[in-house]
Design a protein around this ligand. Structure first.
Ligand SMILES: Nc1ncnc2c1ncn2[C@@H]1O[C@H](COP(=O)(O)OP(=O)(O)OP(=O)(O)O)[C@@H](O)[C@H]1O
Ligand SMILES: [Mg+2]
Length: 225
């Protein structure tokens, strides 16, 4: 029986917008198990990024519950147990590519050879030649791949990737996904990818559909609720 990594019940995240408020996530109930491969799809503004931030413990729910049974409390998750690849560029400008990838390993006090882990992660995404470059010297797509390398370098239990192929052409997007899935093969790391790209969604085992904050479909994860 795979570990339950994240479980949420009737999860709601409300934001104030001027005089009104919006339920960015409205009553989401789901379980994420080790080894799951999930595509999170839905229109722009449907709540995908907000849901990923809740899953990472970055956002506090307005109502409902979320727990990480096999991982611990919300404040212990990032960056070692759960890696979050943000939708917006998130590399630190003053650090090289290698230093950016090493940062969560240093913060997470990962044991072992950090330099080797960084080299492996960069090689996974074909980025070895960029190791010494600064973010300003990279294209948007290269930055996205470096952020993905940073996410997997510490071998987290969960990878949450928010539109990781948003700036990539189709062949490059396919190559990134090939590399990511090959890297995860044989591991029990769970993967959730928010995406507008149907070709990306088709590569996952499960599709979670969001519409106006509601998670309307979560096929395999609901079987034992
Ligand atoms: N910090 C915030 N303050 C106020 N409203 C917010 C905030 N973050 C998100 N929202 C609102 O919550 C809703 C969901 O936003 P979210 O970013 O989760 O959607 P999304 O599905 O990731 O969209 P996209 O596909 O464009 O990335 C939107 O209406 C957005 O305007
Ligand atoms: Mg988003």
């Amino acid at each position: 029986m795979p570990d339950t990594l994240i479980e949420a019940q009737a999860l709601v995240r409300t934001y104030r917008q001027g005089l009104t408020s919006i339920d960015a996530v409205a009553a989401a109930t789901f379980r994420l198990h080790s080894g799951d491969r999930v595509a999170l799809v839905g229109r722009s503004g449907s709540g995908k990024s907000t849901l990923l931030h809740l899953m990472a413990g970055l956002e506090v729910p307005t109502r409902g519950t979320i727990a990480w049974p096999a991982l611990g409390s919300a404040e212990t998750l990032l960056p070692a147990k759960i890696a979050l690849v943000f939708q917006a560029p998130s590399l630190l400008d003053s650090l090289t590519v290698s230093e950016n990838v090493a940062l969560p390993l240093l913060l997470g006090k990962r044991p072992g050879d950090i330099d080797q882990a960084v080299r492996d992660a960069l090689a996974t995404f074909g980025l070895a030649d960029l190791a010494g470059k600064l973010p300003e010297e990279l294209s948007g797509g290269q930055m996205q791949r470096v952020a993905m390398a940073r996410a997997i370098a510490g071998r987290p239990r969960v990878v949450l990737a928010d539109e990781p192929t948003g700036q990539l052409d189709q062949p490059t997007a396919r190559a990134l996904l090939d590399a990511l899935l090959a890297h995860l093969t044989g591991t029990d790391t769970a993967l959730v990818v928010a995406t507008h790209d149907l070709a990306v969604a088709a590569r996952m085992e499960t599709v979670w559909q969001m519409a106006r904050g509601r998670l309307t479909e979560c096929a395999t994860t609901m079987e034992d609720t």
